[in-house]
Each structure stands twice: as C-alpha cells, then as structure tokens.
Design a protein around this ligand. Structure first.
Ligand code: LRH
Ligand code: MN
Length: 387
C-alpha cells in the first residue's frame, strides 16, 4: 500500500468551496431554528466562511445564492471577501421561491414567465462579471405532482430553449452548471431528475455547459461513484455539491452518514482525473446545519473531504489494476479496503502543522473565542436564513 508521505504533496491546493447559506439559519418545513451569532448580512457570512479557511486552509472561496446574497455593490463585496482572504465563487440562481414559478420557471408554458426566469439568470451573470465568478449553477424545482398534470416532452423542449438563451450570455471564461435532483419539491416528475437528463441538456449547449452532482439528489441505492466515473469519462462533470444523507436530501455534513461512500466517490474522482491542478472539477459543500453549530459544522465537513481524499490517494493503483485484471475479486477489494481502513488523521495533523495550520482545527476554533465573539457582537438585526 502507498504510504502517506508519497501522497502528501497531492493534498496541496485542495479547495472546497463553502455555501454562504450554510452560515445562515436553515431547517425543515417543520422548523427553522435561530442560533446565537448567526450572520445578519452577507458580509458576516463571508467573514464566517473565511474563518473556516483560516483554520483549515481548505476553503478559499464562498458560493453565493441570488437573491439570498443580494447586495447593491458586488465589487465592494468582492473586496470585502479579499480582505478576509477568500474569493467569491459559484453564483447560484433561484427560481424556486417566486409565486410566478408555481408551475415551472425555464420550462413554464407561458413565454413571459420563462423570460422572467431567463432574465434572472442574466442578472446572475451580471453578478458573476462583478464577482469574477466562473460558474453559474442552475438547480430547478420545476416539475409536477400528478400524472398528466404536465407535458413532459414539451417542458424538455422549452427547457432546452431557455438554457440555450442563457448559455449564449455567459462569458468565454464562464460555465453553466446544471444540477439535477430526482424529486422535491415536485413529487411526480422533476424536469432535471438525473445525470442523464442534465447531461443531455448540457451536451446540447456546448463545452462551457457541465453537470453538477449533488450527493443528496439520488434515489436510495444509487451507485453515485459510477455516475462520477461516467461524467468524468464524458468530460461533463463540472462540480459537486457535497453533503450526506440517510433518507432524502438531508443536506447533512458530508461523510457523516456514509464516509465509505465519500471515499469511493473520491477514489473515482482521482482515478478519472477529476482531482488535482489539471482538473476543472469544482468541489462545493451544499449543506444546512439545522441543529449543530454552523462554523464547526463547515470545518468538520472540509476535514472529512480532505481525510477521505487522503485515504483514496493511498490506494495502491498498480496492485488494484493487477488484481482486477487477474480476476482476483477479494484481492482487488482488499486493496481498496486497506486504503479505506488506513487512519490518516495523525498524518494529516502533522501535515497541517508543517504548513502553519492547527493540527486539530476543530479544537483550535473552539479555543479561538471567535464563536463567543460573534455571539456577543451579533445582537439585534435580522439573522439571515433561506426563507
Ligand atoms: C437544491 C439544492 C441546490 C441549491 C439549494 C440550496 O436542493 O441542492 O443546490 O440551490 O439546494
Ligand atoms: Mn445542491
């Protein structure tokens, strides 16, 4: 098996983008809990995200969600982020909270509604031009609840037309990233339910249109790492929304529900050339910390991704290939499991210290006093949330 020293250099530069909305209040349809110290502004969300980067060195950018993160001056926000040592990343559109989109947005039968949704994406592209962001991420709630309610074919054609109009507007160094999800809020059909539909739509657009794989958006039992392999093979894996789940789109801390799945996903990412300085696959968290503290939740999350990346890099690829070619079923499985069962935490702690980072970022944050400081300072105002 490969030893840690041999892969340590490959951990350099790992970047996991943080979702601004993870620092605001979030919850379920039953309750959104308030939390002391929760940001009241986009600027405070960015300060918290920068704190995660300061303690881990793993989170150099923050994704924004429009209009949740609307500000009057995005250049000023970009400078604020830079002052805190981070960049502004993926711009996420939002066509799932407006009454006009009850029966769809980019798929709606009414061209006026479709144009309104297209105009929203044009506005998001204007934000990208100001923030210097590369990716416009589109997730659509579009779908139906009863068989017969919607013309499935007609909606796909309208979606293709709407996406083509948006794609024409994105810049040469920008990308359109289409996220799929198999259900919710629609409960009969969703217009972009799976990787195949997202692939079909983005492949029709062009090279700067790619697929976003949210790890919480698959039917139970789906082999997600197989989809990772195939999208990398097709050159259309644009980004990940990392989280984990036990049941549906639970948006829990990545690697908390199923660390072995995260390990298998990162192994296929590495095997497929999706990891490292030559890859343009973006890694983002898309999570909600409904009951746990948000900043430690984000710190734990990026550490989980780093840890499973390190274990996946330890896989002895030559031994694995030899066993696979020899049809040595258990031998091949053993090679992978040996890496997965290798506890790299002490090596990673030393790796951080060698780079001026705290050996144990969770403890360092808890001892930093930052949580107490924001709880004391952030009194009054309205805590940010996704509603
Ligand atoms: C949809 C989704 C999408 C975001 C939203 C916050 O479930 O995964 O990526 O826009 O969560
Ligand atoms: Mn997502």
């Amino acid at each position: 098996m490969t030893d840690f020293a041999a892969i340590a250099a490959q951990l350099e530069g790992q970047a996991i983008e943080l979702p601004s909305w993870a620092f605001g209040n979030s919850g379920t349809r039953f309750k959104v809990f308030g939390t002391a110290g929760t940001p009241r502004s986009v600027e405070e969300k960015i300060a918290d995200a920068a704190t995660v980067h300061r303690f881990t060195g793993l989170a150099p950018s923050v994704a924004l969600h429009i209009p949740w993160d609307h500000v009057d001056d995005y250049e000023k926000l970009r400078a604020h982020a830079a002052d805190h040592g981070v960049a502004l990343g993926t711009i996420n559109s939002n066509t799932f909270q407006d009454d006009d989109y009850k029966f769809g947005a980019l798929t709606h039968v009414d061209p006026k509604i479709r144009q309104k949704a297209i105009d929203h994406h044009f506005a998001c592209i204007d934000v990208m031009d100001a923030t210097g962001s590369r990716d416009l991420k589109i997730w659509l709630a579009d779908g139906s609840n009863y068989a017969g309610q919607a013309d499935l074919r007609g909606r796909q054609d309208r979606l293709a037309e709407s996406l083509a109009t948006i794609y024409e507007r994105i810049g040469d160094d920008q990308r359109l990233v289409l996220e799929y999800k198999f259900f919710e809020p629609a409960f009969y059909h969703t217009d972009v339910p799976d990787w195949g539909t997202s692939y079909a739509q983005v492949a029709a657009l062009g090279d700067r249109a790619v697929v976003c794989l949210d790890t919480g958006h698959h039917a139970p039992g789906t082999n997600i790492e197989f989809i990772v392999m195939q999208l990398l093979r097709l050159g259309k894996l644009g980004s990940f929304d990392f989280n984990s789940r036990y049941y549906a789109d639970d948006d829990l801390i990545v690697g908390s529900a199923d660390p072995f799945q995260l390990f298998r996903i990162m192994f296929e990412v590495i095997r497929g050339g999706g990891y490292g300085p030559d890859s343009d696959v973006a890694f983002m968290l898309d999570q909600c910390h409904n009951v746990e503290e948000k900043i430690p939740g984000q710190i734990r999350s990026v550490l989980n991704v780093q840890e499973m990346t390190a274990r996946a890099l330890l896989v002895d690829r030559d031994a694995l290939a030899a066993a696979q070619e020899a049809g040595d079923v258990l031998g091949a499985h053993q090679v992978l499991m040996d890496a997965f069962y290798t506890d790299v935490r002490a090596d990673l702690a030393a790796w951080r210290e060698e780079r001026g980072l705290p050996a144990d970022p969770m403890r360092a944050y808890a001892e930093s006093g930052y949580q107490e400081q924001i709880e004391a300072e952030r009194v009054g105002g309205t805590q940010m949330s996704w509603t």
